[in-house]
Write a protein that binds this ligand. Structure first.
Ligand code: CA
Length: 210
């Protein structure tokens, strides 16, 4: 029986490991596993444990660190980073904490996006009530569910240039993928096989012994 339980655990492991994306989702390992966008100045991306401006201090929502993306001015090009997270299925729950600051006229230059291959399939503008050159005073949480399957998905954040300093802060990313149908079928087959082999001895054997 212990061997059967082990088989179930192994099958459950393969199903659950499909959910471990993205890597380093809370920036506790710095920028590990995240890629800087083409042309992005590395000085404009950092991982910090707090940002202060005047009486306001912004702290992480998860762990000890969070991401800051900075775009100093027009002409500097977009500042962005991204991570490929593989195939996603419809129903995958995505969420993250964010806040931003910058010029009131140009806060619409902060984005979260998902690409599938070379196509952008989702772009969400991220803008809070602005505090020029300082952190947002509180975090927001964006949560949504993918409406369709996304093969070869890439997950990224982008800040465009503006006349003033635009900042975007990100923490606590979660991509809770639902198991793919093939994985569920594998698990169901395993459960069925174990149920079949666990059936008690046939009554005919008992009847013959009496
Ligand atoms: Ca964190």
């Amino acid at each position: 029986m212990h061997a059967k339980i082990a088989v179930l655990l192994v099958l459950a492991f393969f199903v659950s490991t499909a959910n471990a994306i993205p890597i380093n989702p809370s920036f506790e390992s710095g920028l590990t596993s995240w890629n800087l966008g083409s042309g992005t100045d590395p000085w404009n991306i950092s991982v910090v444990n707090s940002v202060s401006a005047g009486p306001d201090t912004l702290l992480p929502t998860d762990g000890n660190y969070f991401l800051t993306l900075y775009s100093p001015h027009f002409g500097s090009g977009p500042t962005y980073l991204w991570q490929n997270i593989g195939d996603l299925v419809a129903g995958t729950a995505v969420s993250f904490d964010w806040t931003s600051s910058g010029d009131p006229l140009f806060l619409s230059g902060n984005f979260f996006g998902i690409y599938s291959g070379a196509s952008e399939v989702l772009s969400v503008a991220l803008a809070t009530a602005p505090i020029l050159n300082g952190p947002g005073t509180s975090w927001n949480t964006l949560t949504f569910s993918l409406p369709t399957d996304l093969p070869d998905a890439t997950f990224g954040f982008k800040v465009l240039g503006s006349p003033e300093n635009n900042m975007l802060y990100i923490d606590n990313i979660s991509v809770a993928s639902v198991p793919e149908p093939s994985s569920l079928a594998l698990l169901a087959a395993g459960v069925g096989l174990i149920g079949f082999t666990s059936r008690p001895p046939k009554r005919t054997a008992i009847a013959q012994a009496v």
